[in-house]
Ligand binder design. Structure first.
Ligand code: GDD
Ligand code: MG
Length: 407
């Protein structure tokens, strides 16, 4: 129990939003203080441009939140650091696609996480992406699209996120957030998750998406530390999404700052109804799917226009530092994210030409190649959750690292 008043988080209210049909994209919100102290003004007493959110309210949201941590072969020390940063009030769902041979890395991850949970009483569920029981549960739930020819879930970060989303739903959470497992700073992870909660508190609603834009990403440039603002992939991706939006609203905009934000959270209502694109196209495609389904510019395929979709963007303060995965990986990510815009039913021919030229100029598309469409999965709403749970429940309960405290 908390003694006395809790500390507050001081955050800017969104200054503006762009709207397309039922979708509202709010401008970037700055964090002014991670901890504004227990004496922060009570709501209503402060001026209108910032709000102080009490820690108790933030914990309240986190208690209803699952944090999904996708893992593929990351170093154990990094994964542990990420767990250190996740607030204890959240349920953690680790979805690992780490190799099991020649060394069983998944076994090592389980062991290390179980050990960590003994010290912290953290609630952690850990599953392997290729667990046949998880594959069988998707088959039983009538969702074979996610499975490969052996009946196990396909490879990919998005596919891992989809497992995590369904488990969060099955375990009764209201919100699901994602954090990568290769983050070097536990403090950054902690901040992201507090900001997810802040976003839900400030925007409310059942169809809300909170996305984080990093304040900076440190790099070594000419032997000195340089705090870059935008990664290469996010620069291209945000620009294309803003161009798409501008085309449909008729007003040029730069509102989208989080096109490919790996750090994001959704209400489970939205997470179950949105469509996921494969691999790393998953995050920009969330924008595309929402604009296609709820933007009103083209007939919706699965969206319900009576919903109000809120996309909230928050700028975190900690620098973001993660593993360097190399040039090819960045090129794949750029192609994947631009393909979501290029192949959208909303994309006008002029923008397609621009994207094509940009990719060729950057050397991301070679002579004679064209931009391949990304694979998109149907919405998880079509999954029969009861049937899924009947198969998956036992496997999930077996894998809970802190049995006494798990949901
Ligand atoms: N379960 C699972 N399955 N996890 C995976 C898989 C997989 O097949 N592949 C990768 N991961 C995990 C990694 O271990 C890591 O924790 C996370 O997914 C992100 O993968 P990275 O390979 O580190 O991606 P990145 O750092 O280049 O890109 C990140 O940031 C981008 C925005 O700049 C990702 O979050 C992207 O999705 C995001 O667009
Ligand atoms: Mg990474």
């Amino acid at each position: 129990m908390l003694l006395g008043p809790a500390e507050f988080m001081r955050i800017e209210i969104p200054r503006e939003f762009d709207r397309l049909g039922a979708v509202r994209i709010y401008g970037l919100q700055k964090i002014y203080e991670l901890d504004a102290g227990p004496e922060a003004e009570l709501p209503g007493q402060e001026d209108a441009v910032v709000r102080s959110l009490p820690a108790e309210a933030i914990y309240g949201v986190q208690r209803e939140m699952a944090i999904v941590v996708p893992v593929r072969g990351e170093r154990l020390k990094l994964i542990e650091g990420v767990l250190v940063g996740i607030p204890n009030s959240c349920l953690v769902i680790v979805v690992s696609n780490s190799p099991r041979e020649p060394i069983d890395r998944f076994f090592l991850e389980q062991e290390s996480i179980a050990n960590f949970c003994r010290f912290t009483r953290k609630q952690v569920v850990i599953v392997h992406q290729k667990d046949p029981v998880i594959g069988a549960a998707f088959a039983a739930g009538g969702y074979p699209e996610l499975l490969d020819e052996r009946g196990t879930v396909r490879n990919g970060k998005a596919e891992g996120m989809m497992i995590g989303t369904v488990l969060a739903r099955m375990l009764g959470r209201r919100y699901v957030g994602f954090v990568d497992s290769d983050n070097y700073f536990p403090g950054a992870v902690n901040e992201y998750i507090r900001e997810y909660a802040a976003g839900f508190l400030m925007h409310g609603g059942d169809h809300t998406l909170v996305r984080i834009s990093w304040h900076s990403k440190p790099k070594i440039v000419e032997q000195a530390l340089y705090f870059a603002k935008w990664g290469r992939s996010s620069r291209h991706c945000n620009h294309a999404l803003n161009r798409l939006l501008s085309h449909h609203t008729g007003f040029e905009t730069e509102i989208v700052k989080t096109g490919n934000a790996g750090e994001h959270a959704l209400t489970l209502e939205l997470a179950m109804s949105i469509r996921y694109a494969t691999g790393y196209a998953v995050e920009p495609f969330h924008f595309i799917d929402l604009l296609e389904q709820y933007g009103g510019a083209i007939p919706s395929e699965h969206g319900d226009m009576r919903r109000l979709i809120r996309i909230c963007q928050i700028e975190s303060r900690n620098p973001h530092l993660h593993e360097n995965k190399g040039e090819d990986h960045i090129a794949d990510m750029i192609r994947g994210s631009l393909a979501t815009v290029y192949h959208s039913r909303l994309c006008p021919p002029g923008l397609q030409q621009e994207i094509d030229a940009e990719l060729r100029q950057g050397g991301y598309l070679k002579e004679g190649d064209s931009l391949a469409p990304v694979h998109v999965y149907p919405s998880l709403d079509k999954l029969d959750l009861g049937q899924f749970a009947a198969v998956a429940r036992e496997a999930v309960e077996r894998r809970v690292a802190a049995p006494a405290s798990a949901a």
